[in-house]
Design a binder for this molecule. Structure first.
Ligand code: PLP
Length: 358
């Protein structure tokens, strides 16, 4: 037997979630965002599972783009952070990777690229996120410069939301309006919607939508759980009990010894820890499923293990299944307990966790 910690990956759920994207945005083309190793699920597995049903993929580096090509992906691939230096341009052209263009430095690099290296690029506009992108006022001039670049054969345009997860948000409303106002006369294909935009802001769908987190079955919205949105968890992180110990009232459990047993009680040990990507900041009381039923964690998360309050399951024994998140326990709930986001938990699952497609 090997260590029981593993991530089960549900291809049916991934395809179902993409159908939900199509259901909400039936007229838009879909760029499935698979950056950060497919949000921790495995870039090649996600890409192969979705390759028939998506129109394009979005990644954040040339290395991820090349990995997609090596995995046999022939769909368009967009580099959401653009390229970093001019020497990447021949490879982008060869691999047909479509960079976002957000800076003057990139414009200068593109101006020197030869026509023999044809490229599709996406102008990135800053409509309120204030991270990457050109301000709307300079976009007409940026477009003119791109049209003068011998290598640039096609231009599209995108922006990105800062707070679309909040319903009826004033900033999001004005981002949508400003982007529409800017692009109305440009005759370019447009894109602004992430998962939250797809689910909560129909006016943002435009020509292309860019779902990330919803594909993996987690809710992007503050006011709705994934199940309410008919999204299914793709990853189930599971392990097993490797010890069950009867402890005495007052016993201190684990590192630091700051959690003490309030009475005589059984404490379980599961083989999962922050070395696997389980959040070290998950406080005592974070929910875990043992034999399909909720129990709280106790003590601190170690690198390889966590400890569990088994008072509600005194019959639990070595080998019993422990589910950290996924089917039956939304990753958002664990994230909230640990003071982080589902995005971070999913993409932090480490390499030593075997991904098992089911
Ligand atoms: C990550 C990312 C997305 C996907 O966002 P989700 O909230 O995961 O849907 C879309 N667009 C860009 C530019 C991104 O960086």
């Amino acid at each position: 037997m090997s260590r029981p910690a593993r991530a089960l990956l549900d291809a049916g759920a991934l395809k179902h979630n993409l159908q939900q994207v199509r259901h909400h945005a039936p007229r838009a083309r879909v760029m499935a965002v698979v950056k950060a190793n497919g949000y921790g699920h495995g870039l090649a597995w996600v890409a192969r599972t979705l390759s028939e049903s998506t129109d394009a993929f979005g990644v954040s580096s040339i290395e991820e783009g090349v990995q997609l090509r090596l995995a046999g992906v022939t769909r368009p691939v967009c580099l959401l952070e653009g390229f970093f230096t001019a020497d990447e341009l021949p490879l982008l052209s060869k691999q047909q990777l479509e960079p976002v263009v957000h800076s003057e430095a990139q414009l200068r690099a593109l101006a020197t690229a030869p026509a023999s290296s044809p490229l599709t690029v996406w102008i990135k506009v800053d409509t309120g996120m204030h991270r990457l992108g050109f301000l709307p006022a300079v976009v007409p001039d940026v477009l003119k410069q791109l049209r003068n670049c011998p290598a640039v054969t096609k231009v599209r345009i995108m922006s990105h939301f800062a707070r679309a997860e909040f319903p009826d948000d004033r900033v999001t409303r004005s981002q949508i309006e400003d982007f529409a106002g800017l692009t109305r006369s440009l005759a370019l294909e447009t894109s602004i919607a992430n998962s939250a935009g797809i689910l909560a802001w129909p006016a943002s769908h435009l020509d292309w939508v860019r779902p990330g987190i919803m594909l993996y079955g987690a809710s992007p919205l503050m006011n709705k759980a994934a199940a309410q949105l008919d999204l299914r968890p793709v990853m189930t992180l599971e392990s097993a009990l490797i010890a069950v110990q009867p402890r005495k009232k007052g016993d201190a459990i684990g590192y630091g010894g700051d959690w003490r047993c309030p009475e005589d009680m059984p404490v379980g040990v599961a083989a999962i820890g922050y070395g696997d990507g389980y959040p070290r900041h998950a406080p005592p009381g974070t929910p875990v499923l043992v034999n399909g039923r909720r129990v709280p964690t106790v003590g601190r998360v170690s690198m390889d293990m966590i400890t569990l309050d088994l008072r509600s399951q005194p019959q639990a024994k070595i080998g019993d299944p422990v589910l950290l998140w996924g089917r039956g326990l939304p990753v958002e709930e664990v994230a909230e307990s640990a003071g982080t986001l589902s995005y971070e938990l999913l993409c932090h699952v480490t390499e030593r966790i075997p991904r098992v497609a089911v």
